[in-house]
Design a protein around this ligand. Structure first.
Ligand code: FES
Length: 87
């Protein structure tokens, strides 16, 4: 798992292994829109403020993935111990 900080919501939460970012965010009471929940449509896209995403989606381009400034929260995770999102 990893630590997830939501900057606009002023919340820090733990994302367990096997739990998605979307699931953890919703469990903390923060609304996040999704559609496919399979990493394909981009509805759940969030801005990364700090930390390194572990991209698991087929939505972002390779260069967007390399830039590490956005994350598809229904499937992707963190390579760093802590990830900070603009949510
Ligand atoms: Fe479609 Fe996350 S909901 S990519």
């Amino acid at each position: 798992g990893f630590e997830l900080a939501l900057s606009r919501s002023c919340l820090t939460l733990a994302v367990a292994p096997g739990e998605t970012i979307v699931e953890a965010v919703r469990a903390a009471g923060v609304d996040i829109a999704t559609s496919c929940e399979q990493g394909a449509c981009g509805t759940c896209l969030a801005t990364v403020l700090d930390g390194a995403p572990d991209h698991q989606d087929v939505y972002l381009t390779p260069s967007e993935k390399a830039a590490g400034r956005s994350i598809v929260t229904c499937v992707s995770r963190a390579r760093s111990a802590r990830l900070v999102l603009d949510l």
